[in-house]
Design a protein around this ligand. Structure first.
Ligand code: DAH
Length: 355
């Protein structure tokens, strides 16, 4: 064996050895990207096989270079084939794994729980809509009120006995010279705020939360009222009664009558309480109306000139009516709900009934 043959045999062994390690490394790679890393390490530009080829070319005498080059190309070609077939295997494995996967389309889906408006919100929106038909706009005011707006301007001065019925939560003020702050006991202060802001004609309703110190099955320390106020030239008690009748028949049902009973509120004169005919028993007397045939639903009256004086309205020129009612009470009556606390308990079994 001459020298050049033995060099060729040595080189062939080197390539064989590289290729067998290469093949083993390919077999261990389980992803395409890992496969490409292995490929680069052996057959890439900087890879081991090319390096060995370059070294051999450098060492070989001129006449042998051609044979060395051919042996190198054969080795590289083999490397590409190994890479290609391993890549195909890997893809096939992945496809088989995909085909093995079972999807159970009979498993029930997970439903989305839909939200809804609370019954009290629904009723409030409905009432706003009914009064909008009569040209009333919605007005709102703060729940933390000044003593002036909540009492004083409504003709309930400091020592007025009417304050007792509505005694409430007072807030400690940082500034003792400031008018005391209270959680408003009714929505009537929105009358004052509205009239201080605009000249007649006024036609507003004002829904919102109010606070009192009572707490029993029919009273809650927080509840909601709806206030109404209409001021213009020539407004009379007939307008008040017509407005209320319209509201009652739209809300409780056509044909339901009402009656006004004389009453007292500091901010209206004359004042009245309004009863509607009991729609449960058609006035024959039942538990809801306590045998009377009538159900009390709200307080109202003609705005007292003393209130106009506080807001700078001329009571010789203007007159108006006001009314106030409880949102929960209206709702309980119409839906036959017996316990006020159900509204606030947050029990979905209750609220879901009214979607
Ligand atoms: N603010 C009264 C209350 O909470 C309800 C009321 C009565 C409001 C007569 C009025 C009214 O506007 O005219 O008991």
């Amino acid at each position: 064996m001459n020298e050049s043959d033995s060099r060729a045999g040595e080189l062939a062994r080197l390539f064989e050895e590289s290729l067998s390690r290469y093949q083993a490394a390919l077999a261990e790679a389980t992803s395409e990207s890992a496969l490409r890393v292995v490929h680069a390490r052996y057959a890439g530009k900087e890879g081991e096989i090319r390096k060995r080829l370059a070294d051999a070319l450098k060492a070989a005498p001129g006449p042998d270079k051609r044979a060395v080059g051919q042996a190198g190309n054969t080795a590289l070609q083999k490397a590409e084939e190994l890479f290609g077939s391993r890549l195909v295997d890997l893809h096939e494995q992945k496809r088989q794994a995909d085909l093995q996967r079972r999807l159970d389309v009979t498993i029930p889906g997970r439903p989305h729980r839909l939200g809804g408006l609370h019954l009290l919100t629904q009723v409030r929106l409905e009432l706003e809509g009914i009064f909008a038909e009569l040209g009333f706009q919605v007005a709102t005011g703060p729940q933390v009120e000044t003593d002036f707006h909540n009492f004083e301007a409504l003709a309930m001065p400091k020592d007025h006995p009417a304050r007792d019925m509505q005694d409430t939560f007072y807030l400690r003020s940082h500034d003792p010279s400031h008018d005391p702050l209270v959680l408003r006991t009714h929505t009537s202060p929105v009358q004052i705020r509205t009239m201080l802001q605009q000249k007649p004609p006024v036609r507003i309703i004002s829904p919102g939360k109010v606070y009192r110190k009572d707490d029993d099955p029919t009273h809650s320390p927080m509840f909601q009222q709806i206030e109404g106020l209409c001021v213009d030239e020539g407004v009379t008690m007939a307008d008040l009664k017509g407005t209320l009748l319209y509201f009652v028949q739209r809300f409780f049902g056509p044909g339901i009558g009402l009656r006004l009973r004389p009453s007292f509120f500091p901010f209206t004169e004359p004042s009245a309480e309004v009863d509607i005919e009991c729609f449960f028993c058609k006035r024959s007397g039942c538990r809801t109306c306590k045998g009377s045939g009538y159900i009390e639903i709200l307080g109202c009256g003609m705005v007292d000139p003393e209130v106009f004086r506080h807001v700078g309205y001329d009571s010789e020129k203007y007159s108006g009516f006001a009314f106030g009612t409880g949102l929960e009470r209206m709702t309980m009556l119409r839906y036959g709900i017996s316990d006020l606390r159900l509204f606030f308990a947050g029990d979905a079994r209750f609220t879901e009934q009214f979607r």
